[in-house]
Design a protein around this ligand. Sequence first.
Ligand code: ATP
Ligand code: MG
Length: 568
Amino acid sequence: MTSPDTSSSDFIRNIIVADLQSNKYDGRVVTRFPPEPNGYLHIGHAKSICLNFGVAGEYRGGVCHLRFDDTNPTREDVEYVNSIQEDVRWLGFDWGPHLYYASDYFEALYQFAEQLIREGKAYVDSLSAAEIREHRGTLTEPGRESPYRTRSVEENLDLFRRMRAGEFADGAHVLRAKIDMASPNLNMRDPTIYRIRWAAHHRTGDDWCIYPMYDYAHALSDSIEQITHSLCTLEFEDHRPLYDWTLEELDVYRSQQIEFARLNLTNTIMSKRRLLELVQGGHVSGWDDPRMPTLSGLRRRGYTPEAIRNFCDHIGISKRDTVVDMALLEHCLREDLNRRAPRAMAILHPLKVVIENYPEGQSQEFEAVNNPEDPAMGSRKVPFSREIYIERDDFRENPPSRFFRLAPGREVRLRYACYITCREVVKDPQTGEVTELRCTYDPESVGGSSPDGRRVRGTLHWVSAPHSCPAEVRLYDYLLLDRDGEEPADNRDFISLLNPNSLEVLTGCRVEPSLGEAAPGGRYQFERQGYFCADSVDSKPGAPVFNRTVSLRDSWARIEQSQGRGGG
Ligand code: ATP
Ligand code: MG
């Protein structure tokens, strides 16, 4: 959990501390995370979740609400409501009894709207949507008042009640706040606060055919819940005057909206609308495709909640929009997995090796450390026999000068086992492809000792052919090809940026026996290869499927080192 001493102070925490000192909210800190249930949560939402729940957790009595902003029935669904709760919990946060729905406030919001009408602060407009847009003006031109703006309170009340009663079709009327058509802020030019929408809602069914607009519903939901600090992303800065107007005019609890910069990441997109396009267009297998930046995708990919929370701590909170390098997220993940993932040996592209001087039918076990970072994780036994597999890449018939792995006549170390020397290369007579290596081992080297102080430069991972388990391995790469310094892909034609090689499926891999029974979701470091996890959907004991979570090469640590900041 975010602890006060690691999360450095930021401008939002400074505001909260000042508010506590001045007793602005009677010493209360109440935040909320308000997703619209129209898609799955993504890593950008994680930033907001860590901030809202994190901040609340840092102050005595602080509380964070989970509120579904479910005011748009046509785009929302219980599937999303459920996945959002699961994802927030998975990230490690708990809303306790504070689970709310904007739809629970529909009656209250309606009553507030009548109050605005009675006070002459709202009116029913009967212009079409296009006419309203046209009357709205532009940034350089003031708007024009609707001819319906001067309707009497009685007429407005009557029409609004009939809107609720279902007497009109979609678009026939809207309810607008009566503010200022000449305001330089377009959001203040008599914004629509209710519209007719003949659509069933996932919670209120057919109870309503009018629905409140986001800005109006959001401000009042905050107020009803007596939220003290309503933290949202920068694009709502221009909406703050409307937020304040709503609470002031209705003279209700004054929550305070504070904006911070949203998270953008290289090599991916984040808007739910865009992510939905990927799902619906079949570009990915679903919201939880391991290439997706969704929390369910990251989870299936093998990400840990700790890594994501550390990442959010690391990027901090500011008012300036930036694009964060995906390498930083991966760096945080490696740091966490390095500590907790047991090591294992897996061969992704097997090449058979026959050890000619090892007796047929015999086998033995070697002791292998589970995690050199954590002795408490112990060790396991790895079987060894006359036939093993090594990585095809670890052999070269004509090795280049700095290649220290196996080659004809060369000796290497098999990790945890012994030294072997390559004696003969067997090839397919037709294709010339290397199909098998014939080697010998040095019995003196068994158990890792070095006979007569002989030095070998290469150490290879391996699995025993008869003991190993066949596996499928899915290698994932970035979803989007992205070039440095470009705008976030959300703003561009992202389909053309899709990485055609974002998934490579390897069948016929061989993994050490302990991996054969890997529990779905189990995370490992495959020695020399990277971090992998057993796929939570497709992996079965005896027929494991592994996702590559992330490779071992940490480009972020190298960037930091080269800039003299020291490796993470
Ligand atoms: P999207 O653009 O992905 O559809 P949204 O803002 O419409 O996101 P909501 O469900 O309304 O999605 O978001 C819930 C909360 O998460 C909001 O407070 C929003 O400001 C915050 N949020 C959404 N995206 C990000 C992001 N990239 N970085 C930080 N916070 C975000
Ligand atoms: Mg939104």
